[in-house]
Design a protein around this ligand. Structure first.
Ligand SMILES: NC(=O)c1ccc[n+]([C@@H]2O[C@H](COP(=O)([O-])OP(=O)(O)OC[C@H]3O[C@@H](n4cnc5c(N)ncnc54)[C@H](OP(=O)(O)O)[C@@H]3O)[C@@H](O)[C@H]2O)c1
Length: 238
C-alpha cells in the first residue's frame, strides 16, 4: 500500500507513520520540519520511506507538491491528512493560523486527494478531525469550529463519492485526548491515550475503511452525550 501522511513529524502522525512502516506500507512523510522526517527515515533504513517538506497552510504550493510527490513516488492508495494546529487561549493571530491550517490547508489537500482518486479510479482519504468536532467550548471556539468543518467536509466527500458511484473511501478520525506536543500545556485532560495506542486504533480503522472512528474507542460515549446536551447545561459544565 502506498500511503502519504501530511503532518508526520510528531505526535499522532509520527506514531502512525511508524505503525504503517512496520505494517509494510511504502510511505511518504511530510511536514514543515524536514529534519524530523529524516530522523524517521534513518530509523528504518531498509524500508521504503520518502520524505518531503510541505507547509499545508500554503495550500497552493502544497497542492503542487502533492502532484510532484505522486509523480515521483508512483502514486498513492491512501492519503492521510493528519496535520493540524491548536492553541490554548489563542490570540487573534493564532485563531487565524488555526483556520489557515485546519480549514484552508485541509481543503487544499482533501480536494486535491478526491480529484486525484477520481482520476485514478479509487483510493482512501483519511482526515484527522477531533471529538471537538461534535460541540464547541468556551476555551478554543476556533479549534472546535475548524474540526467541525473537517468532519462535515469529509461527510460531504463520502456522499459525493457515493452519489457518483466512485470507489473513494473517506475515514473521519476523531481523537479524544492524546499525549502529544499539542496537548503538552493542557490541564484537566482525561482518558489520555499515548500516540502509539491512538496510532494502532487509527491503523485498524483505516484497514477496516471505517467512515467515522473515535480514538480511543470510549470517546464515542462522550461524543454521544455531548451531541444531546442542551447548551444551557454545557454552559454550566464549562
Ligand atoms: N493530541 C490530541 O489530544 C488531539 C486530539 C484530537 C485531535 N488531534 C488532532 O490530531 C492531529 C495531530 O496532532 P498531534 O496531537 O499529534 O499534535 P502535534 O504533535 O503538534 O502534531 C501536529 C502535526 O501537524 C503538522 N503540521 C502542523 N501545521 C502544519 C502545516 N502548516 N503544514 C504541514 N504540517 C503541519 C506538524 O508538523 P510540522 O510542525 O513539522 O509542520 C505535526 O506533524 C491534529 O490534526 C490535531 O488537531 C489531536
Amino acid at each position: 500500500m502506498k500511503t502519504i501522511i501530511i503532518g508526520a513529524t510528531s505526535g499522532i502522525g509520527r506514531a502512525l507513520a511508524e505503525k504503517l512502516i512496520m505494517q509494510g506500507n511504502e510511505v511518504t512523510l511530510t511536514g514543515r520540519r524536514l529534519a524530523l522526517l529524516e530522523e524517521i527515515r534513518n530509523t528504518y533504513p531498509d524500508k521504503p520511506v520518502h520524505v518531503a517538506e510541505m507547509d499545508m497552510a500554503d495550500f497552493i504550493n502544497a497542492r503542487k507538491i502533492m502532484q510532484m510527490l505522486a509523480d515521483i513516488n508512483g502514486g498513492f492508495d491512501q492519503i492521510i491528512i493528519n496535520a493540524g494546529v491548536g492553541f490554548g487561549k489563542a490570540t487573534f493571530d493564532e485563531e487565524i493560523k488555526t483556520i489557515d491550517t485546519n480549514v484552508r490547508g485541509f481543503v487544499g489537500i482533501a480536494q486535491w486527494a478526491y480529484d486525484y482518486f477520481k482520476k485514478k479510479g479509487g483510493g482512501h482519504i483519511v482526515g484527522v478531525s477531533s471529538v471537538a468536532a461534535v460541540r464547541s467550548n468556551p476555551y478554543a471556539p476556533e479549534y472546535h469550529a475548524s474540526k467541525a468543518f473537517v468532519s462535515s467536509y469529509m461527510e460531504g466527500l463520502r456522499l459525493r463519492s457515493a452519489k457518483n458511484n466512485l470507489r473513494i473511501q473517506v475515514t473521519d478520525v476523531r481523537p479524544g485526548f492524546v499525549d502529544t506536543p499539542m496537548t503538552k500545556q493542557n490541564k484537566g485532560m482525561f482518558w489520555v491515550a499515548t500516540p502509539e495506542t491512538a496510532a494502532a486504533q487509527i491503523a485498524n480503522a483505516i484497514a477496516a475503511k471505517k467512515s467515522v472512528v473515535y480514538v480511543t474507542k470510549r470517546y464515542v460515549l462522550l461524543a454521544t452525550l455531548m451531541k444531546i446536551l442542551p447548551e444551557w447545561l454545557l454552559a454550566k459544565i464549562f
